[in-house]
Design a protein around this ligand. Structure first.
Ligand SMILES: Cc1cc2nc3c(=O)[nH]c(=O)nc-3n(C[C@H](O)[C@H](O)[C@H](O)COP(=O)(O)O)c2cc1C
Length: 307
């Protein structure tokens, strides 16, 4: 439609698009190129910190690898992140490598629209910047959007300890496939960070796309613990092994045994092992992708279903 072409010239594209995607669909493939090798990291990389922007993977791809995102169906290059090796995190059995994101570019829009659209988006970010509030630099947000070319699932994380219970959304999460580990990057200001470090147990609920509104509302739990599980606006049940309260309507419940945690930039990186998995229902799951990715797919006539 002509409007899809004209609109991005007038109004900035949304940074994020909230979309309904079936679990396990690999619409975009991520490969890490470094040290003369290239390896599929679609299920083996995750964001570890927002300030500075850092990526964790169980591969050591040398000093300056390049992360490429390609459309799985066509092989088209959608985006690139340039990385510089930082530190390693060693857990009991595996080593995770952390990389700074030093540069990035996407190819979802042709020039000059790409540069114009970035300018419009950055202008809005700078205008809406609240003093004393957490807000990464526009260039880092643009790079973060590239990391979201692989649509990222949103989950609800449940935490329970005597005197503290909480449930909040996270999407800086994911498997680090080769190590068999799973990571969560939670801002160190979250009131649940010390509890998670102590209890070393959380329940992760994959959420149907239809629950978007309630999931966003739960972001408030960043600063306030939940007064009572019964106050939640949806039915709940206990998780299988840990007995932590989770939404009854979750598509899948996983229980995570946390084996390591450490501060990485603005976030605390929790690394753990999935110790149980209950697949409860079929259906599309709440995901986020970059607004320019959705614009690209819309132009091709294959947009993600937006929620
Ligand atoms: C869909 C969604 C996903 C989120 N994922 C994360 C996450 O992975 N890590 C994190 O630290 N916070 C995550 N948040 C929480 C928000 O960043 C947090 O609640 C928000 O920043 C409010 O805190 P603030 O007022 O201190 O900024 C997420 C929030 C939403 C709505």
């Amino acid at each position: 439609m002509w409007k899809d072409w004209v609109r991005p010239f007038i109004r900035p594209l949304p940074q994020w698009s909230t979309v309904a995607v079936a679990p396990g669909q690999q619409v975009v493939t991520a490969t890490l190129h470094g040290d003369g090798k290239s390896m599929d990291v679609t299920e083996d990389h995750t964001v570890a910190s927002l300030v500075p922007l850092m990526i964790a993977t169980s591969l050591d791809a040398g000093q300056r690898p390049v992360l490429q995102y390609r459309e799985s169906a066509t092989g088209k290059l959608l985006g690139v992140l340039r990385l510089t090796r930082s530190a390693s995190v060693t857990t009991e059995k595996a080593t995770i490598t952390l990389y700074y994101v030093t540069a990035g570019e996407h190819h979802c829009l042709g020039q000059p629209l790409r540069a114009w659209s970035t300018r419009l988006q950055n202008r809005v970010m700078l205008k809406n910047r609240a003093p004393h509030h957490f807000s990464p630099e526009p260039a880092a947000v643009q790079q973060l959007m590239i990391a979201y070319l692989c649509p990222r699932p949103t989950i609800l994380v449940s935490v329970a300890a005597p005197g503290h219970q909480n449930i909040f959304p996270m999407d800086l999460i994911g498997p680090l496939e080769r190590s068999g580990l799973f990571s969560l990057a939670l801002r160190s200001t979250s009131i649940s960070v010390p509890i998670m470090r102590e209890t070393r147990k959380v329940a992760l609920s994959s959420i149907p796309a239809t629950m978007k509104a309630v999931v966003y509302k739960l972001a408030e739990q960043h600063k306030h613990p939940l007064a009572d599980w019964n106050a939640l606006p949806f039915p709940v049940r206990p998780s299988r092994e840990f007995g932590i309260t989770v939404p009854a309507s979750a598509l899948r419940i996983q229980e995570l045994d946390i084996v390591h945690s450490q501060e990485v930039g603005s976030h605390t990186l929790f690394i753990g092992r999935i110790v149980s998995e209950e697949n409860l229902a079929e259906g599309t799951q709440l995901h986020h992708t970059a607004g320019f990715h959705q614009a690209y797919r819309r132009r091709k006539g294959v947009p993600f279903a937006e929620v």
